[in-house]
Ligand binder design. Structure first.
Ligand code: ATP
Ligand code: MG
Length: 589
């Protein structure tokens, strides 16, 4: 592994030096929050966590851990219609799986009473009022980016009247939408969010925690900053789309005279990843419409999907480190994630053999009914792990269908009529005869083996150019291999209708694959490298002894390393070009 590169962010700086960590370090040095660092990760339980959330989790929990601080898990549960207790449990599981533990478990709904009291306080101060316009009217009064908004006719309603209405809103006297509580700020503010934002609305909906106790619910902007303040958060980290919300965040804390030092909001770039989407709403649609088998479909960018696909938590954490934390939104190269996955798996998973599309091979000079047990290493020499497994060599074997060609083109070094190849860890075999079925398809190869080449080399020094993987037909159990690919055909499925950009080939199943017997009894969830093919995991839902199912985590080809190499070559070329121009320029002067 190219350690240094892998631990640096995309801006080339080592972790610990991104702008958030710099702010935190400066605040610690100046004693701004009394030397404390308290963060929170605030998911809304309306879906499962995805790879984008992993970035936020690594940052929120990471910054706290690095500075001896705390990080709360707070469910931002103020939209009862879309939130569910099952999502809460799944989110907790995913965070722990990723390797983090929260200091305290909180819910915005823990604070409904306090938030209501803050609403009352704002009305009493003249900083909020009950508005009786409809949702549409409020929108129409808001103005546009170029035109100021118009005040609601209820804006100057007497404090007493607003207090009475707010109390009765809570008491359930009004229909949904009849009234809202709004902040009284500035209907002409260039920041549209500051044009008297709605703080509370009436919603008769069952809340998964508070049931029907409440029929008014606070809005995000109101609940978030006050929850942060209640919990004593110091650095409230969120994504860039909240830049304009920072004004209301600060305004509210000041208006309610929140205890000093107040929390501060900082925004970082959202993670977007090529060939996928990171929006719970869109992911939910894929689940609901049956485009995937569920939130944990291995093609999903969710943490549960990545887990089922065989991705390790360490690979995701390393990926987040590679991506870094910056202030500009961009879409991360999909190959970067694949690189992080391979980089981690390479060092920890055993190598075994699996034939995905088997072609029968009969070794005509090997005795029927006999088994030659070969001893094969589980790890290559550059992995500091040891172990071997027994691999049976028998008269009938399977090789990969595409490792044989009847009329091989140039540079095809695998098996062909009259050719010799090495069976990995086994013997040299030569193809003597091709047997075809009625349709003219190759059905079987009749080969001979050279008993002197046991272990893979010939005593006479004769060389073969190809080494192929194989499985004993007699001993190798059948299995299903699921080859997962990118969920979308396009790099940026958020552009246009994402459903129209789904990749129809994102799942290819080889139902009649064969795997070597040494792994047949392994527990579900075991990871391997299938030699020459890729990294796989036995599926935790569907695989069991007697019905083996393997999910491809990632292929072997390291296109990221290749791209990086090309990029570096290009950069070097450019630098050379610049050097030449400069020299030329000097010459002319
Ligand atoms: P979605 O649009 O997927 O629902 P969200 O931002 O509404 O995303 P939340 O549950 O509110 O999801 O997010 C919890 C935290 O995770 C927030 O602080 C949010 O900023 C952060 N987050 C969400 N998506 C990303 C992303 N793609 N990259 C980085 N951080 C993210
Ligand atoms: Mg959200």
């Amino acid at each position: 592994m190219n350690g240094d590169k892998a631990t640096r962010g995309s801006d080339g700086r080592a972790p610990g030096r991104d702008f958030v960590r710099e702010i935190v370090a400066a605040d610690l040095a100046s004693g701004k929050h009394g030397g404390r660092v308290a963060t929170r990760f605030p998911p809304e339980p309306n879906g499962l966590l995805h790879i984008g959330h992993a970035k936020a989790i690594c940052l929120d929990f990471g910054v706290a851990a690095e500075n001896g601080g705390t990080c709360n898990l707070r469910f931002d549960d103020t939209n009862p219609e879309t939130e569910e207790a099952s999502y809460v449990e799944a989110i907790k599981r995913d965070i722990r799986w990723l390797g983090f533990e929260w200091s305290e478990l909180r819910h915005a709904s823990d604070y409904f009473e306090q938030l209501y009291d803050y609403g009352v306080l704002l009305i009493e101060k003249g900083s909020a009022y009950v508005d009786s316009l409809s949702e549409e009217e409020i929108r129409a009064h808001r103005g546009t980016v170029t035109e100021p908004g118009r005040p609601s006719p209820w804006r100057d309603r007497p404090v007493e009247e607003s207090l009475d209405l707010f109390r009765r809103m809570r008491g359930g006297e009004f229909e949904d939408g009849a009234h809202v509580l709004r902040a009284r700020i500035d209907m002409a503010s260039p920041n549209m969010i500051m044009r008297d934002p709605v703080l509370f609305r009436i919603r008769r909906a069952h809340h998964y925690r508070t049931g029907s106790e409440w029929c008014i619910y606070p809005m995000y902007d109101f609940a978030h900053c006050l929850s942060d303040s209640i919990e004593g958060i110091t650095h409230s980290l969120c994504t860039l789309e909240f830049v304009n919300n920072r004004a209301i965040y600060d305004w509210l804390l000041e208006e309610v005279e929140a205890p000093e030092p107040v929390p501060r909001q900082y925004e970082f770039a959202r993670l977007n990843l090529e060939y996928t989407i990171v929006s719970k709403r869109k992911l939910l649609r894929l689940v609901q419409d049956g485009h995937v088998s569920g939130w944990d479909d291995p093609r999903m960018p969710t943490l549960s999907g990545l887990r089922r696909r065989g991705v390790t938590p360490a690979a995701i954490r390393n990926f987040c480190r590679l991506v870094g934390v910056a202030k500009a939104d961009n879409r991360v190269d999909a190959a970067k994630l694949e690189y992080a996955i391979r980089d981690d798996l390479n060092m920890c998973v055993p190598r075994v053999m699996c034939v995905q599309r088997p072609l029968r091979v009969v070794i005509t000079n090997f005795p029927e009914g006999e088994t030659d047990w070969l001893d094969a290493p589980l790890y290559p020499h550059d992995v500091p792990l040891e172990g071997t497994r027994p691999v049976p060599f028998t008269r009938e074997l399977y090789i990969e269908r595409h490792d044989f060609m009847e009329e091989p083109p140039r540079r095809f070094f695998r098996l062909a009529p009259g050719r010799e190849v090495r069976l990995r860890y086994g013997y040299f075999i030569r193809c003597e005869e091709v047997v075809k079925d009625e349709a003219g398809e190759v059905a079987e190869l009749r080969c001979t083996y050279d008993p002197a080449t046991r272990g893979g080399s010939a005593p006479d020094g004769r060389k073969v150019r190809g080494t192929i993987h194989w499985v004993s037909a007699e001993h190798g159990p059948p299995c299903e291999v699921r080859l997962y690919d990118r969920l979308f055909r396009t790099r940026d499925p958020d552009r246009g209708d994402y459903l129209a950009q789904l990749n129809p080939d994102s799942l290819v199943v080889h139902a009649g694959a064969r795997v070597e017997p040494s792994i047949a009894d392994d527990p579900p969830g075991t990871r391997y490298q299938f030699e020459r093919v890729g990294y796989f995991i036995s599926d935790e839902e569907d695989s069991r002894p007697g019905r083996l199912v393997y999910n491809r985590t990632v292929g072997l080809r390291d296109s990221w390393a290749k791209i990086r190499k090309q990029q570096m070559a290009q950069e070097a070329q450019k630098a050379k070009g610049r050097g030449k121009k400069r020299k030329k320029g000097r010459g002319r002067n």
